[in-house]
Design a protein around this ligand. Structure first.
Ligand SMILES: Cc1ncc(COP(=O)(O)O)c(C=O)c1O
Ligand SMILES: N[C@@H](CCCC[NH3+])C(=O)O
Length: 416
C-alpha cells in the first residue's frame, strides 16, 4: 500500500488531503508519513531475523526530531556524522549505546562529546583519526569503542558524487593497510576494537557491489582473527537505492535476505546496517504552489514557490524526482520546466514535465523525504520550509517555517 496516493483525484498523505496541508501551513512544505517510515524501517529489521543485528538509521538523510523519534521508538540505532547529529539524536530520545559515529573529520570536541555520552562505536576513517581518538580517550581516562571503516575499492556504479568505496574517494582506510592498524589499535589500553565497517556509496540499485564488499570484509575479519584481533561486529553501511523514476533496486527485505544468507554461519558477528535513503526518500514529499506560468520562445515554465534552496538534488546531481499535481485536472497537459524563484539557471526541480496545471495549483515533488530538507539552505535569503508529519488522519507541524528575522539572528552590524 502506498501511503501517498490519490483518492478522487486528490493526493493524500495517509488519510490527510495534501491540499488541506498546503492550505493550513502554506508552501513550500515537506510532508512525511509516519506509517511509511515505520514500514520501511521494519522491512530492514524483520528481514534480519534472529541473527544479532542493529539497524542504525543514517541521520543525514533526514534529521528532523520527529523523524528520529519515530525511529527511536522502534528501537533503532543511529549513524551520525557530527556532534550536531549526536545532539539531535539525544534530543529525540535515541539510545546513545546504539549510535555509531562515521565521518572523515571528527574534531577533538566531537570525540570528547561522544565519549562522555557513551556511544556504541566510532567508525574510524583514517590512521590520524585513530591516533586522535586514542589520545582523547586517554586524556578522559575512557575506553573508546572503535571500528575501522575500510575502503574495499569496489565500484558502486552510482553517481560519482555519491560513490564512496573507491580508492580515490576520501572515505575509509585502504583495506590493504587495515590489518596493521587493527593490530596497533588492539594493543592500546584506551581503545576497544569492536568492528569492521564499510559504506561504498549511495543510491545503489544492484546487489553485486554490496556482495563484493562483503566478501572482502569477511576475508579481512578472518585475517584479523589469525592475527589475534577479534571482531564482534560488521557494519555494512547504507546505500540501498530507491525508485525515483524507473530504477529497480532490490526491496530492502531482498537486500537483507541476500546479505544475511552469506552471514548465517557467522553468529559471532552482530551485523549493523546504516540505511538512510531507503527508509526516508519515499516517506516524504515536498508541497509547492504554482506562482506563474510563463512562456519564452517555445519553452514553457512553471514557476513554483519551492526552489533549489529547498531541494538541491536536481541542481547538484541532475537528480530526477517525480512532480505531480495535488489536485488532478482534466485539461490538456503541456511540457514544462518546473523552476523556482532563485536567481540561478540551475534552479529547477524538474525539466520537460507533462503537467496539466494553472497558477495557484499545488504540486508535490515526490521521493523528497531523504536529502531534501537536510540539504536545504537559506540561499537568496529564503526561509527554510515547514515540515509536517502525518500520522493516520492527523497532521503535526514538526518544524515551523523559518521567520525572516531568524535569517539574521546572530549577525550584527558595525557600531561606527
Ligand atoms: C557512512 C554512511 N552511512 C550511511 C549512509 C546512508 O546512505 P544511504 O542514504 O544511501 O542509505 C551514508 C551516506 O551515503 C554514509 O556516508
Ligand atoms: N545527498 C545525496 C546522497 C549522499 C549520501 C551521503 N553520504 C543525495 O541526495 O542523493
Amino acid at each position: 500500500m502506498d501511503y501517498f496516493s490519490y483518492q478522487n483525484r486528490s493526493l493524500f498523505a495517509e488519510q490527510v488531503a495534501c491540499k488541506d496541508i498546503a492550505e493550513a501551513f502554506n508552501t513550500p512544505t515537506y510532508v512525511y508519513s509516519r506509517a511509511t517510515i515505520e514500514r520501511h524501517w521494519q522491512a530492514f529489521d524483520d528481514a534480519a531475523g534472529e541473527h544479532p543485528h542493529l539497524i542504525c538509521y543514517a541521520v543525514k538523510a533526514n534529521s528532523n526530531l520527529a523523524v528520529l523519534n519515530v525511529m527511536a521508538r522502534l528501537g533503532s540505532g543511529f549513524d551520525i556524522v557530527s556532534g550536531g547529529e549526536l545532539a539531535r539524536v539525544l534530543e529525540a530520545g535515541g539510545d546513545p549505546t546504539k549510535i555509531v559515529f562515521s565521518g572523515v573529520g571528527k574534531t577533538e570536541a566531537e570525540i570528547e562529546y561522544a565519549l562522555e555520552i557513551g556511544i556504541k562505536c566510532f567508525n574510524v576513517e583514517s590512521e590520524a583519526e585513530l591516533y586522535r581518538i586514542n589520545s582523547v580517550a586517554k586524556e578522559l581516562n575512557k575506553i573508546a569503542p572503535i571500528s575501522l571503516r575500510v575502503n574495499p575499492n569496489v565500484d558502486a556504479g552510482t553517481h560519482p558524487y555519491i560513490s564512496t568505496g573507491l580508492k580515490e574517494n576520501k572515505f575509509g582506510i585502504n583495506i590493504d593497510d587495515a590489518v596493521e592498524l587493527f593490530k596497533w589499535a588492539n594493543q592500546q589500553e584506551h581503545l576497544n576494537v569492536q568492528g569492521v565497517d564499510c559504506h561504498i556509496g549511495s543510491q545503489l540499485t544492484d546487489l553485486s557491489p554490496f556482495l563484493d564488499a562483503l566478501d572482502k570484509l569477511i576475508k579481512l575479519i578472518d585475517q584479523l582473527a589469525a592475527a589475534g584481533v577479534t571482531i564482534c561486529h560488521l557494519d555494512l553501511g547504507g546505500g540501498l537505492g530507491v525508485t525515483y523514476k524507473d530504477e529497480t533496486p532490490p526491496h530492502p527485505s531482498e537486500y537483507m535476505k541476500v546479505l544475511m544468507e552469506k552471514l548465517k554461519h557467522r553468529p559471532d558477528l552482530t551485523i549493523l546496517f546504516e540505511p538512510g535513503r531507503a527508509i526516508m526518500a519515499n516517506a516524504g514529499i515536498l508541497l509547492t504552489k504554482v506562482e506563474f506560468l510563463k512562456q519564452n520562445e517555445d519553452k514553457h515554465f512553471c514557476i513554483v514557490d519551492a526552489a533549489m534552496n529547498d531541494n538541491i538534488r536536481p541542481a547538484l546531481y541532475s537528480a530526477w524526482q517525480d512532480i505531480v499535481p495535488v489536485e488532478q485536472r482534466d485539461s490538456d497537459s503541456l511540457s514544462y520546466d518546473v523552476v523556482g524563484p532563485v536567481c540561478e539557471t540551475g534552479d529547477f526541480l524538474g525539466k520537460n514535465r507533462e503537467l496539466s496545471v494553472e497558477a495557484g495549483d499545488y504540486l508535490a515533488v515526490r521521493s523528497a523525504g531523504a536529502y531534501g530538507f537536510t540539504m536545504s539552505s537559506n540561499y537568496n535569503s529564503r526561509v527554510r520550509a515547514a515540515e509536517i508529519m502525518v500520522d493516520g488522519n492527523t497532521m503535526h507541524l514538526v518544524r515551523q517555517r523559518e521567520t525572516v528575522e531568524s535569517l539574521w539572528a546572530g549577525e550584527s552590524i558595525l557600531k561606527d
